[in-house]
Design a protein around this ligand. Structure first.
Ligand code: NGQ
Ligand code: ZN
Length: 410
C-alpha cells in the first residue's frame, strides 16, 4: 500500500495535477455531433468520415479558439497537462501554411493563454493504409515527408520551456511505413516522448497480421526500442503475450475510456494488464468527455459490466479510486516529459458528496458519486488557473469559442 496522494489542508482536499495523455483538440468542436445513425453498420470508420469533414474546416484561428476552450474545460476538471496528438498540419488542400508550424503554434498559444502544460506531439502521417497507399484527399493536410517533419520538430523545439515539451507521434502503423519509423526514431533527441495509436480496431489488427506478419503491439515491440518514453494509445486489442510485453517495456498505455466507448472500439483488458504490472494513464481523445472522473469511473464500470463482478481495478490499494488515481499519477511525468512540479488540484471539502470524507475514502467518493464538479482550485507550475471552480479567463475564452464555432459551421 502506497502513501495517499491526497491530503486535507486548509484549502480542501489536495492532490497532484492529472495528465491527459491523449487529445485531438479540434474534435472538441464535434462532440455530440456524430450520434445520429446514418447506416445500420455505423462504426469507427463511418465516424472517421464525419470527423474528416470537420477537420477540413479548421484554420489556425479556429483551432486556437477551440483548443483554448477545451483547455479551460480540462483545467476546470483537474487536468494540468495535455498531450496533443496533432496532425492537422497544413491547409485543407495539403499545402503548407506560409509558416509551416502555424497550426502547431495555434495549440501552443491556446496552452499558454490558459496555462495548461502542453506536450505537443506533431504527428507523422505518411500513408493511407498498411498497403502503403497514398493519403486520401481529406488526409492530405496531415502529411509530411521525413525531412519536412523533422524540420517541424526542430523549429518547434526552440519554443520549449517549463510547461511546453515537444515530442513525436507516429499516427499508427497504418500511416507510417517501417523505414520511415526507423529514420524518425533515429533522429529524435534521447529525451523525446513518443506516442502512437496502436491497436484500436480489430480491422487494423487483422491487416497488420496480413501485411506485417504480426499483431500491431507485437510488431512494435519487435521493431522499435519501446521503453518508458513511449505511450501506446488505444492498446485495446491485446493478447497475453502483448500484455506481458508492454508491461515489461515500461511503456505507458493511454486508455481513452469515453472515446473508446463512443467509437465502439472494444474493452481494454484492465485486470490482466494490472496483474502483469502494466503502466497506464488516461486520455480524453475526441473529448466526448473532458472529465477525468468519467474516464476513471467508466474504466472500472466497463470491467464490471463484462465480468459481472465489482471492485476490479485494485492493485496499489484495495480502493478502486486510489488504484486508478495512483496509476495515472505514476505515469504522468514519463508520458508527458513534464515535471508536473507545482501542479495542485484542490477539491471542495464543503461539497455535499465529500461531507465527512476521510483520507481513506475521498478519492472513491470523488470518482464514484454524482456529476457535480468538486474541483475548486487548480495550480499549474505554481500559478493559479482555476479559482472557485472556474478558469480565471473562462468567460472571455467562451465568447471567442462561440464565435469560432459559428465560423466553423457557416
Ligand atoms: C484520430 N481517433 O486520429 O483522430 C483517430 C481516428 C484514425 C481515434 N483513433 C483516425 N480515436 O485512427 O485513423
Ligand atoms: Zn487519437
Amino acid at each position: 500500500m502506497s502513501e495517499s496522494p491526497v491530503q486535507r489542508t486548509a484549502r480542501g482536499w489536495e492532490l497532484p495535477g492529472l495528465a491527459n495523455l491523449h487529445s485531438h483538440a479540434f474534435q472538441r468542436a464535434m462532440a455530440g455531433m456524430a450520434e445520429r445513425q446514418t447506416d445500420p453498420a455505423d462504426s469507427f470508420w463511418t465516424w472517421r468520415d464525419t470527423m474528416y469533414r470537420m477537420a477540413a474546416r479548421f484554420d489556425p484561428d479556429t483551432l486556437r479558439e477551440v483548443a483554448a476552450q477545451l483547455y479551460v474545460e480540462m483545467l476546470e476538471a483537474g487536468y494540468t497537462a495535455v498531450c496533443e496528438f496533432h496532425y492537422l498540419h497544413h491547409a485543407p488542400d495539403g499545402r503548407p501554411y506560409d509558416d509551416p508550424a502555424a497550426m502547431s503554434r495555434a495549440l501552443i498559444d491556446a496552452a499558454r493563454e490558459t496555462g495548461i502544460r502542453l506536450t505537443l506531439l506533431p504527428v507523422l502521417y505518411m500513408t493511407g493504409g498498411f498497403d502503403g497507399r497514398a493519403l486520401a484527399e481529406r488526409q492530405r493536410r496531415f502529411g509530411h515527408d521525413i525531412d519536412a517533419y523533422l524540420r517541424l520538430l526542430d523549429t518547434l523545439r526552440a519554443s520549449q520551456d517549463d510547461t511546453l515539451r515537444i515530442g513525436c507521434a507516429l499516427h499508427s502503423l497504418r500511416a507510417v511505413p517501417e523505414a520511415a519509423m526507423r529514420d524518425v526514431l533515429a533522429a529524435l533527441p534521447g529525451d523525446a516522448r513518443i506516442h502512437i495509436h496502436i491497436a484500436e480496431q480489430t480491422a487494423e489488427v487483422d491487416e497488420c497480421i496480413a501485411v506485417r506478419g504480426a499483431r500491431p503491439v507485437r510488431w512494435l515491440l519487435d521493431h522499435a526500442p519501446v521503453d518508458s518514453r513511449w505511450t501506446l494509445v488505444h492498446a485495446t486489442h491485446l493478447n497475453d503475450d502483448e500484455i506481458a510485453g508492454i508491461a515489461a517495456s515500461r511503456a505507458t498505455v493511454a486508455i481513452c475510456t469515453t472515446t473508446e466507448g463512443n467509437l465502439g472500439d472494444g474493452l481494454f483488458p484492465l485486470r490482466p494488464f494490472l496483474d502483469a504490472g502494466g503502466r497506464f494513464g488516461i486520455g480524453s481523445d475526441s473529448h466526448v468527455s473532458t472529465s477525468p472522473v468519467e474516464e476513471l469511473r467508466w474504466l472500472e464500470y466497463g470491467q464490471r459490466l463484462v465480468t459481472r463482478r465489482r471492485n476490479i481495478a485494485v492493485r496499489e490499494s484495495t480502493s478502486v479510486g486510489e488504484t486508478l488515481l495512483a496509476g495515472v499519477l505514476s505515469t504522468a511525468a514519463d508520458a508527458t516529459g513534464q515535471t508536473m512540479q507545482g501542479d495542485r488540484v484542490v477539491l471542495d471539502a464543503g461539497a455535499p458528496i465529500l461531507a465527512g470524507a476521510t483520507e481513506g475514502d475521498v478519492i472513491d467518493r470523488w470518482i464514484f458519486s454524482g456529476n457535480r464538479p468538486v474541483v475548486q482550485t487548480v495550480e499549474v507550475a505554481g500559478g493559479e488557473r482555476v479559482c472557485e471552480g472556474r478558469h480565471v479567463d473562462a468567460e472571455a475564452i467562451a465568447v471567442r469559442y462561440r464565435a469560432a464555432i459559428a465560423r466553423l459551421v457557416a
